[in-house]
Ligand binder design. Structure first.
Ligand code: KG4
Ligand code: ZN
Length: 340
C-alpha cells in the first residue's frame, strides 16, 4: 500500500559533495548538493578539508532540502545515509549527523551502500523514463569505482568485473591534469572532446580479464605521449587540446564498451544501466544509445542530477529499505570499504 506521507530524507557525504534530498514514493521532492570548491586548489580531494567542509555544510544543506520539499522535519518517516564506501572522515560527518537527527526525531535510521545507490538511482520516478527490469547489467563508473554488476533484484547484486587499479573517473581526471586542466578534469575533458577528432591520436587499451578494467597504463601512456610531443613543440597541448581530449575519451569509452559487450556475452543479459559520475560523459551516453540499434540492447542512462554524487539516490534506497523494514541500529558505524 502506498503511504502518501512517506517522506524519506537521504544524506550523502562519502567524498567531496555534501548532499540531502527528500523522496516521496519514488518522486524526488528536493535534491540539494553543496560541491566543495576548496579541492580545486589542490588538484584532488583533500580528505581533512572534505570532512571540515561537510561539517559546515550539512545543517544548511539538510535545512534547504526540507524547505524545497516543503515539509517539516517532523513529517519525516526515516533518515537514510551513506554508510560507505568512501572517505572515512567524510562518511563520519553524515553518519553522526544522521544518527543524532533520527534519534532526536524518534524515527528509523537506514544505512545505504553508496555503490548500490548509484545503481538503484534508476528507480527514481522520472516522467517519460522507463526503469530497468530485472535482471540487468549495471556499469558503475565514478571517481572511486569501475564495476560491472549483475543486478537480479534490488538488493541481489553480483560484481562480474572491476578495475584492478585506477577507477575510470581517475583516468579522466589524471589525463586532464596532465593536459593542465583544473580538477576535476573529467567534465572539461569531455567538453573539449566533443569538438575534436577522436581518431587523431591512438592510445592502446590495457589488457586484463574480459570483464575487468585497468586504467593506470593509459594514464602513463598519455603522460609519455604528451612529454614526447611537448619536447618537439612546447605549444603542442594548446594547439591540439580538442583532438587529444577526443582521442583519450574515445579510447576510454571504447574500452568500457568492450567490457560491456563481454559481460552481455557472458550473461546473455542485454538490458544495461549506467551509474556514477562518469555516466555524465557524452561519449559513453552516445555509445550506449548507438548500442541499442547496433546490438539490440536496452539501455538506461540516468538524468545528470542523478549521475554524480547526490542524496536523491540515497533517499531512493532508503525508501526501498523502509518499505521492507530494513533499518540500521543506532550503533551502526561508517565503513570506508564496503561490499554489496
Ligand atoms: O560519482 P562521482 O560524482 O563521485 C565518486 O563517487 O567518485 O564521480 C566523480 C567522477 C570524477 O572523476 C569526474 O571527473 C567524473 O566523475 N565525471 C566525468 C564527467 N562528469 C563527471 N568524467 C568524464 N566525463 C564527464 N562528463
Ligand atoms: Zn559516487
Amino acid at each position: 500500500m502506498k503511504d502518501k506521507n512517506c517522506f524519506i530524507l537521504g544524506i550523502e557525504s562519502s567524498c567531496d559533495d555534501t548532499a540531502a534530498a527528500v523522496i516521496n514514493n519514488g518522486t524526488v521532492l528536493s535534491n540539494v548538493v553543496a560541491t566543495q570548491k576548496i579541492h580545486e586548489e589542490y588538484g584532488g580531494v583533500v580528505p581533512e578539508l572534505a570532512s571540515r567542509a561537510h561539517q559546515q555544510n550539512i545543517v544548511p544543506v539538510v535545512h534547504q532540502a526540507l524547505r524545497i520539499a516543503n515539509i517539516d522535519k517532523k513529517q519525516l518517516k526515516a533518515i537514510a545515509f551513506t554508510r560507505g564506501p568512501g572517505l572515512m572522515g567524510s562518511l563520519l560527518v553524515g553518519t553522526s549527523f544522521s544518527k543524532s537527527f533520527a534519534f532526536g526525531l524518534g524515527i528509523p535510521l537506514i544505512d545505504v551502500n553508496h555503490m548500490q545507490a548509484h545503481i538503484l538511482a534508476h528507480f527514481i520516478k522520472i516522467e517519460g523514463q522507463t526503469m530497468p527490469s530485472f535482471p540487468f547489467l549495471a556499469l558503475t563508473i565514478s571517481g572511486g569505482h569501475t564495476q560491472i554488476v549483475k543486478v537480479t533484484d534490488y538488493f541481489n547484486m553480483e560484481i562480474l568485473g572491476q578495475t584492478i587499479d585506477d577507477a575510470v573517473g581517475e583516468a579522466f581526471d589524471k589525463s586532464a591534469k596532465i593536459l593542465g586542466l583544473p580538477y576535476p578534469g573529467g567534465p572539461l575533458l569531455d567538453k573539449y572532446a566533443q569538438q575534436g577528432n577522436k581518431k587523431a591520436f591512438k592510445f592502446t587499451k590495457p589488457r586484463v580479464n574480459p570483464m575487468d578494467f585497468s586504467f593506470s597504463g593509459l594514464k602513463t601512456a598519455v603522460l609519455y605521449f604528451i612529454q614526447r610531443e611537448v619536447k618537439n613543440d612546447p605549444d603542442f597541448i594548446a594547439k591540439n587540446m580538442k583532438d587529444i581530449c577526443a582521442s583519450i575519451q574515445f579510447t576510454i569509452v571504447d574500452y568500457l564498451m568492450d567490457k560491456l559487450k563481454n559481460a552481455v556475452k557472458h550473461t546473455g543479459i542485454k538490458e544495461i544501466a549506467i551509474g556514477g559520475g562518469v555516466s555524465a560523459n557524452s561519449g559513453i551516453r552516445q555509445a550506449l544509445k548507438e548500442a541499442e540499434k547496433k546490438y539490440g540492447w536496452k539501455t538506461h542512462i540516468p538524468d545528470f542530477a542523478f549521475c554524480t554524487d547526490n542524496a536523491a539516490m540515497i533517499a531512493m534506497v532508503g525508501e526501498l529499505k523502509y518499505k521492507s523494514g530494513d533499518f540500521a541500529s543506532f550503533d551502526v558505524v561508517a565503513k570506508a570499504r564496503m561490499k554489496f
